[in-house]
Write a protein that binds this ligand. Structure first.
Ligand SMILES: [Zn+2]
Length: 520
């Protein structure tokens, strides 16, 4: 049964592939073929496009981490939109080196950056070899770091001009759009004016502005409103990343935020969202620190965390911080914060901060400060702080794409990297009936390709790239859990990327036909 990705009802058909493209769809018994894949009893769809990943550098992880690298394609993902939340591994103009490299190494757990721009990064990816396609956004935080380092202040006019130049260059080299991460330094130091100026340039290139908004806890509605306002002022399409509301006191508020999004859509604005099907988030452990504590880069942050008075001030802000700040420990509770990746102390992975702190005989904040100092910031966390009803409301919303927000790192990463797509199809579509299958597939294929300007992807038709997934609809389900986060889903049978088979009968073929995508 062929689902073409547009939301149309499926039809029984053969699919003919020549080279990297779909040549024909229909009854093709009479056509000769070099290879025939028997997909009787299976559903076939365009390869899934993950609208939100942090897989920018995954292919540079060592072969011992194949289970991490391959988790996306093993659930049928053939294109990953990366460069999200303000972080992209480019631009890195010469001379801006050390601090930026340290920052990127912390984020992506890979040592060196050997390029200065998107073109150089793409060449390095192609040389390394990609299983799936990678579609990079340029990160606002990375632009900012390249021009004014990790300064905790708005950019001045000269700096803004320099950032715009680097942005335009990345867009001309094919970046899909600009991403921002307004809870992370250095991006969080930007005011609306700076973002509007940059987003205007994105609009002129007919690309998209995506945002990890300024707050997903108490200030979630104001933060959604800021993204909408920014889109209007800059005349740019807006995409809100991993839309959620966090902290028990905010549960249910997706009614309010979706109403904001919906009324701006009805007023003619081009705005969309993405979400993953889990009630836990995941990010850098140090993202819980107030902006002032993160300012200046990793070295400055670590220096502050060594200081008694600074620690005391952060602890006080955890207790009773300013309302406009996203206070994760207060929103979630220390017992719901779990260390997911810590290469320097793997024994902490999968354990909660409370558990670890109790064992160490110190308070949870103290434990986090010590760990960040010892590991120089290279620690990731999972935070259980959403409500299932909100997750379902956002997934079901017509403007929502499916995006894993996957962070491909070893340890105990969030299972969303390995499970999102199979979970939406198995649990949320087949079992819960939240979305019919055609609609669920559309949210992972054609809608995503349209949103990000990926030509000839996401919809099956003659002439489209042969990115395909064949799965067993009756069986498909995720198996990745917080305890065992990288296990492949059940029911994904065959996956093709650019006409070449990368998964055959559920096993990796070893082929690396992936390409770096450019916006059309
Ligand atoms: Zn994010």
């Amino acid at each position: 049964m062929v689902y073409d990705g547009t939301g149309r009802s499926p039809m029984r058909a053969d699919i003919g592939i020549v080279g990297d493209r779909v040549a024909a769809i229909g009854l093709l018994e009479a056509a000769g073929a070099v290879d025939v894949v028997d997909a009787v009893g299976l559903s076939v769809a365009p390869g899934f496009i993950d609208s939100h990943t942090h897989s920018d550098m995954a292919c540079f992880l060592g072969a011992e981490h194949d289970d991490v690298i391959q988790a996306a394609v093993r659930q049928g993902v053939t294109t990953e939109v990366c460069g999200n939340c303000g972080f992209s591994p480019f631009p890195c103009p010469p001379g801006r080196g050390a601090e930026l490299e340290r920052h990127l190494a912390t984020l992506f757990a890979t040592p060196t950056i050997g390029w200065t721009d998107l073109a150089g990064y793409s060449a390095a990816l192609h040389q390394r070899g990609l299983t799936a396609n990678l579609a990079p956004l340029v990160g606002h935080g990375s632009l900012r770091a390249a021009v004014l380092g990790f300064a905790d202040r708005p950019a001045d006019q000269d700096e803004l001009r320099a950032m715009t130049r680097l942005l335009d260059e990345a867009l001309e080299q094919g970046a899909l759009g600009l991403s921002s991460g307004l809870v992370y330094m250095p991006g969080a130091a930007a005011g609306t004016e700076e973002l509007v100026a940059l987003a205007r340039s994105v609009g002129q290139h007919h690309r998209v502005y995506t945002s990890h908004i300024r707050g997903e806890t108490d200030m979630v509605a104001e933060s959604v409103a800021e993204a909408i306002r920014l889109g209007r002022q800059a005349a740019v399409p807006v995409h809100i990343s991993h839309h959620k509301v966090c902290g028990r006191q905010n549960w249910g508020r997706t009614e309010e935020t979706l109403e904001l999004v919906n009324s701006s859509r009805h007023a003619g604005m081009d705005i969309s969202l993405d979400m993953y099907p889990y009630t836990a988030a995941s990010t850098l452990l140090y993202a819980m620190l107030p902006n002032w504590a993160q300012a200046g880069g990793i070295d400055s942050m670590v220096g502050r965390l060594r200081d008694r008075q600074a620690r005391e001030r952060i602890r006080r802000e955890f207790e009773d911080g300013p309302p406009e700040w996203q206070n994760i420990p207060r929103a979630a509770g220390w017992d719901r914060i779990v260390i997911s990746n810590c290469p320097g102390r793997t024994e902490t992975e999968g354990r909660s901060v409370v558990e670890l702190a109790t064992e160490a005989g110190i308070g949870p904040a103290e434990y986090v400060f010590d760990l960040l100092v010892e590991q120089r910031g290279q620690v990731m966390m999972i935070v259980h702080m959403m409500d299932e009803a909100d997750v379902r409301r956002v997934l079901a919303y017509e403007g929502t794409l499916i995006g894993s927000d996957g962070i491909p790192l070893p340890g105990k990463p969030h299972p969303r990297w390995a499970g999102t797509f199979a979970r939406v199809l198995g649990q949320y579509s087949r079992e819960l009936g939240l979305l019919d299958l055609s609609t669920a597939i559309r949210k992972m294929t054609s809608m995503t390709a349209e949103r990000f300007g990926l030509a000839d992807r996401g919809a099956l038709a003659p002439g489209a790239y042969a990115d395909l997934v064949a799965f067993d609809h009756a069986a498909i389900i995720d198996t990745a859990t917080f305890e065992s986060p990288l296990t492949p889903p059940i029911g994904i049978r065959h996956v093709f990327v650019n006409g070449r088979q990368v998964v055959k009968n559920g096993e990796m073929t070893g082929a690396r036909p992936g390409r770096v995508m450019r916006a059309a």
